[in-house]
Design a binder for this molecule. Structure first.
Ligand SMILES: [Zn+2]
Length: 376
């Protein structure tokens, strides 16, 4: 390569020797460390644009606690933040659950994930959180003196969210015209496209700027480039996924109105300029709700049940999507399911009501179901 890259080991092995020197007593905790970095996956195959790449950006959190109880309590908090970001900003529904032992992060005692479904019927993992117990603190001597003067090892957690989540958002909401970005996340929420001819140009642009001023507080862009036709501008902003377009021409100027066009549905309506700020705000919220609802319906309609290994395979082969299967928790049964249908157990969703059901592999009691799917 022309440009040299410096590769470093995983954060745990790089950071924890130093972290061990930062912790002296129980008063130093909890300690929470946040960092952004690029990850390079050295052993790697089957790249998929944005979703699975050799290099990606992520945010990782590392935390240290004096007790196991405090450390475990963090799971709800962090997964709650991730659920909020994915649902309320990216408009992505998903299943929050616990990973199986074989899918747990190496070195961790438990891993929790959010699992999403892509439009092609494949599953993809979103953000995750790991309970590391004292595994790393014992290996790296991250110890402290507790209230009674005894040496103790810290309880640690780690968690991460990556740019893959942006890929999931693009795949789930996008259409043949390009990206569809949820309003709460969009860098540009509204684009104003003036429609002008030579005579009306100055007057329309002057009023379009007033219209812009009335939308202060939102992320708005006026596209006053004069080398492109309105049609070209429409295409360009649709490709980029701007949620709402405001069209404003000489006739609108005369009538004191503007035309709103939604990116998600293509729906068009004319509104009076006096009520424009409120109408735009309402429309953006409606788009945000619609994207989440549409994705939630797709997820619900493509999550099915299977009561046997044969049914699991048949369902996945004919329909794709996610499949709920009752599982006893045994690793051998997990392996059989993997072989039977060419996918894997994604997680065991939280908040289930125990059911009187049998494991689809061995027939033993299995009160909980696991989510199964094919992945990239
Ligand atoms: Zn079983």
């Amino acid at each position: 390569m022309d440009e040299k890259l410096a590769i470093r080991p995983t954060s745990e092995s790089l950071m924890y020797e130093v972290v061990g020197r930062w912790i002296r007593s129980w008063r130093d905790m909890p300690m929470r460390l946040n960092q952004w970095n690029n990850v390079v996956r050295w052993e790697f195959k089957n790249p998929v644009f944005i979703l699975r790449s050799r290099e990606f950006l992520w945010n990782e959190g590392h935390s240290l606690f004096a007790t196991k109880e405090e450390a475990d309590a963090e799971c709800d908090r962090i997964m709650g933040i991730y659920a909020k970001i994915t649902q309320e900003y990216l408009a992505l529904p998903g299943y929050l659950g616990k990973k199986s032992k074989s899918e747990t992060f190496p070195g961790a005692e438990g891993t929790y994930s959010i699992e999403h479904l892509l439009p092609d019927g494949k599953a993809i993992q979103g953000p995750d959180w790991h309970s590391d117990g004292q595994n790393f603190s014992k290996a790296f001597d991250i110890a402290f003196i507790d209230k009674d003067g005894n040496k103790q090892y810290a309880y640690q957690n780690t968690w991460a969210i990556s740019t893959r989540e942006i890929g999931v958002m693009l795949a789930v909401h996008g259409d043949d015209k390009g990206a569809v970005v949820p309003p709460r996340l969009a860098a540009i929420q509204v684009v104003v496209v003036p429609i002008v001819n030579d005579e009306s140009k100055d007057a329309v642009l002057a009023d379009a700027r007033k219209l812009m001023a009335s939308l202060a507080g939102l992320r708005v862009r006026l596209d006053d480039r004069d080398n492109l036709t309105p049609g070209r501008k429409f295409n360009e902003w649709e490709l980029k996924g701007v949620p709402l377009r405001v069209e404003f021409g000489p006739r609108d100027m005369k009538e004191g109105q503007a035309v709103l066009v939604r990116r998600d549905t293509g729906g068009k309506r004319t509104v009076k300029l006096a009520s424009l700020p409120a109408e735009v705000q309402e429309e953006l919220e409606a788009i945000q709700r619609n994207l989440f609802q549409r994705a939630s319906d797709f997820l619900a309609n493509n999550t099915r049940d299977a009561a046997s290994l044969d049914e699991l395979k048949a369902t996945l082969t004919s329909k794709g999507g996610l499949v709920r299967v009752h599982w006893c928790g045994d690793a051998q049964c997990e392996g059989k399911m993997k072989t039977a249908a060419g996918g894997k157990i994604l997680n065991v969703p939280l908040g289930q009501k125990p059911a009187q059901a049998k494991c689809i592999s061995c027939g033993r009691d299995a009160p909980s179901f696991a989510l199964y799917g094919r992945t990239y």
